[in-house]
Write a protein that binds this ligand. Structure first.
Ligand SMILES: NC(=O)c1ccc[n+]([C@@H]2O[C@H](COP(=O)([O-])OP(=O)(O)OC[C@H]3O[C@@H](n4cnc5c(N)ncnc54)[C@H](OP(=O)(O)O)[C@@H]3O)[C@@H](O)[C@H]2O)c1
Ligand SMILES: [Zn+2]
Length: 312
């Protein structure tokens, strides 16, 4: 089989030939159907996440078909279509590969009706934003802001809208306004034009702000956008340093929370919610051999809003 490995910190994707792995009694062999390329992959490739061991096959927005199972696997069967996210492609070899090995406990069944190609980004970008919104403290009718309209942000807008929140999209420029409104944003503010925090306060302030992109310079503005008692949720994993004033947090009783979600039950719930509410990632499809191009287009923001590898 062919796979792309990264053999050292910040090293290139190298296509290598390896034997198709054999599952042991507790493992499952998956033939890849699709794999999204997440900004988190850059953090793993460049060892910004802790504990990365090379060589490693990245890719953690995975959908594939079960082709072989160990004798102890009870709840899944051959030909089932399954998905998995992190820890694949981080703690063990992931989806930039024609085949991969997984444990039953890391897999979720992909509900019938979801596209096996289009839905790959739901396994990371989807579940992360879906679960963050469920835990952001907002109720239907509340104002919720999403800052950074990329792979995560464009799904957060859709989920938030379908959960009944009034979504404010915050982006670096006016470029994504039409798309963001189409995806369900009610308001759109660009960072390079006017004072977005003041505009959001004029609307009553956001109950929560989800930060889905880097933002070294706007931390104070994001905090100012939040209503008293509200929350800033940090989703971006760039490990940047943020500088902000403390008093608005104290006197507004605001909070800042980091967010990840590795919970398989929430993944299942997120997939069902996406199917029921027609939440779909906007994707650009690449062949397996075009991984490098897909990765570059994700990094540059050229792929609106997610690069996805479609396997033959
Ligand atoms: N917490 C988690 O569990 C989790 C899971 C997956 C990913 N992540 C992290 O979440 C962040 C977003 O991931 P993603 O896959 O959505 O990334 P993405 O597709 O590249 O989107 C990031 C967005 O951030 C905004 N941005 C602001 N400053 C930027 C800059 N200097 N360079 C590039 N983009 C900039 C852009 O939106 P605008 O043009 O609208 O400003 C961009 O579209 C990444 O840090 C990723 O590692 C976290
Ligand atoms: Zn990811």
């Amino acid at each position: 089989m062919k796979c792309y490995q990264v053999s050292k910190e910040s090293g290139p994707f190298e296509m290598v030939e390896r034997p198709i792995p054999k599952p042991n009694s507790d493992q499952i062999l998956i033939k890849l159907l699709s794999c999204g390329i997440c900004k988190g992959d850059t953090s793993i490739k460049n060892a910004i996440f802790p504990g990365v061991k090379y060589p490693l096959v990245l890719g953690h927005e995975i959908i594939g078909e079960i082709v072989e199972l160990g004798s102890n696997i009870k709840n899944l069967k051959k030909n089932d279509i399954v998905g998995l996210g992190i820890p694949a492609g981080y703690m063990f070899d992931g989806g930039f590969s024609q085949y991969m090995i997984a444990k039953e406990s890391d897999l979720v069944l992909i509900p019938k009706g979801l596209s096996y190609i289009e839905s790959a980004p739901l396994l990371c970008a989807g579940v992360t934003t879906y679960s963050a919104l469920k835990n952001c403290g907002a109720k239907p009718g509340d104002l919720v802001a999403v800052c950074g309209i990329g792979g995560l942000g464009h799904l957060a807008i859709q989920y938030g809208n379908k959960m009944g929140f009034n979504i404010v999209a915050i982006s670096r420029s006016e470029d994504k306004k039409d798309l963001a409104m189409k995806l369900g944003a009610k308001y759109y503010f660009s960072i390079d034009k006017g004072d977005f925090a003041k505009e959001i306060q004029n609307l009553g302030g956001a109950k929560a702000v989800l930060l889905a992109g880097p933002s070294e310079n706007i931390a104070d503005k994001l905090i100012e956008s939040i209503q008293d008692g509200g929350k800033l949720m940090l989703l971006g994993t760039n490990n940047i340093k943020m500088e902000f004033s403390i008093n608005p947090i104290i006197f507004g009783k605001k909070s800042i929370q980091g967010w990840v979600c590795f919970d398989n039950e929430i993944k299942k719930e997120c997939l069902e919610f996406s199917l029921k509410n027609d939440v779909k990632p906007m994707i650009k499809i690449y062949k397996f051999e075009e991984l490098q191009k897909g990765y570059e287009d994700m990094c540059s923001g050229h792929a609106r809003f997610r690069s996805v590898i479609k396997f033959d």
